[in-house]
Design a protein around this ligand. Structure first.
Ligand code: PLP
Length: 393
């Protein structure tokens, strides 16, 4: 039972998770589940990874908090590590994805004002998801997320995803544009992967118009799609990229990374956070990032993802209500012809945690450390449920 002491924003929840280890979680009744969602793309190293737990423990016994009035060694080490991996030059740490995106939107506005634009505008996409703060829910392309929270924030225009010509038309007609903000693969929107050249063309369009290109890699980042950042597979670099979710393997942390003209926009006093970049979150993130790199988990995610796509494609080839099976690395969507939210409960009853997004898309975001055997178990459990799924469930 969900306590009435909580606000109802999440609705009632039927499972109470009491313990986690690796790809497994246990509910408060002791039932074990294979977690193919990893806390919504958060626990990439699996639950309670020893290196992360050790880093949290050591840091928490030394210093939990001191504020950003002082240098924080773990924060600086994490920033330098991410700088080396990303090709970006500097970054700001917050506590969540939405906060990372807020920082990115503020960079877009600073950039616009530096160009003499009074109301700098950010182009955002249909079906995007960028968070639940007022600016990020405005950037989100889903009316359900926005409804009831009007007035929305000024300074955003919406374009269809995966359509460069729509942005070219905006470029001709709107001189106030300062940036484009886009998830390189849409997560909540249904694991929507754009055409190969779309993001490259966006890069060129941003260069031609002096717009910042902002990639929201909050879901795609941290190794999940087969490289630490998805853009590294495309041979382009954004001006700004945001991370969160898997960065701390469960400790709340978000990051907004910038390079080039975007890297010098923040000045002392421009932005801040009491908790952002706190020692424990940064120590956890540093251990997470080091483990992703040292254990070659980006490669593992790529390999496992290819295997999962192949196995699902073979096993569901004769299933007429499967419309599409798609993904990059361990960010996988299986789209059905009918709404399939009921599959979440059916899978849990079979000992598997999954998610359904955009009503009809089964979303799999398993830990990057999943073994071959666990991968097999995921397919074996899910395939019969998908085959049996009907529009009337
Ligand atoms: C692409 C993307 N951006 C931003 C967010 C918001 O992150 P948070 O919930 O940590 O604020 C999410 C969360 O699902 C996301 O998937």
């Amino acid at each position: 039972m969900t306590s009435s002491a909580l606000m109802d924003n999440y609705g009632p929840r039927s499972l109470s998770i009491a313990k986690g280890e690796g790809v497994w979680v246990w509910d408060d009744q002791g039932t074990r589940y294979l977690d193919a969602l990893a806390g919504i793309a958060v626990c990439g190293l699996g639950h309670c990874h020893p290196a992360v737990s050790a880093a949290i423990q050591a840091q928490s016994q030394n210093l939990v908090h001191c504020s950003n009035l002082y240098n924080i060694a773990a924060q600086e080490q994490l920033a330098e590590k991410l700088r080396d991996i990303s090709g970006m030059s500097n970054m700001f740490f917050g506590n969540s994805g939405a906060e990372a995106n807020e920082a990115a939107i503020k960079l877009a506005r600073l950039h616009g004002h530096s160009r003499g634009i009074d109301i700098p505008t950010v182009i955002v996409m249909e079906n995007a998801f960028h968070g639940r703060t007022l600016a990020t829910l405005t950037a989100t392309g889903n009316r359900k997320v926005q409804a009831g929270f009007e007035p929305l924030v000024r300074g955003f225009v919406r374009a269809p995803f995966n359509d460069v010509s729509a942005l070219e038309a905006i470029a001709k007609n709107n001189a106030a544009v300062a940036a484009v903000m886009v998830e390189p693969i849409q997560g909540e929107g249904g694991i929507n992967i754009p055409d190969d050249n779309y993001l490259k063309n966006l890069r060129a369009l941003c260069d031609a118009n002096d717009w910042l290109l902002i990639f929201d890699e909050i879901q795609t980042g941290n190794g999940r799609t087969g490289s630490f950042f998805y853009y590294q597979q495309l041979g382009i670099e954004p001006d700004v990229v945001t991370l969160a979710k898997g960065l701390g393997n469960g400790m709340p942390i978000g990051a907004c990374l910038a390079r080039g003209k975007a890297s010098a926009l923040m000045k002392p006093g421009s932005h801040g956070s009491t908790f952002g970049g706190n020692p424990v979150a940064c120590a956890a993130a540093l251990a997470t990032v080091n483990t992703i790199i040292e254990d070659k988990l980006c490669r593992r995610a790529a390999d496992l993802g290819e295997r999962l796509l192949q196995q699902f494609s073979e096993a569901l080839a004769d299933c007429d209500h499967v419309i599409d099976i798609r993904g990059r690395g361990l960010m996988i969507g299986i789209e059905l012809a009918h709404p399939c939210a009921a599959l979440v409960g059916q899978a849990a009853a079979a000992g598997l945690l999954i998610n359904v997004t955009a009503e009809k898309v089964i979303r799999l975001l398993p830990p990057l450390v999943m073994t071959d055997e666990q991968t097999e178990q995921l397919v074996q459990t899910l395939v019969p449920l998908i085959k049996a799924s009907t529009a009337t469930d």
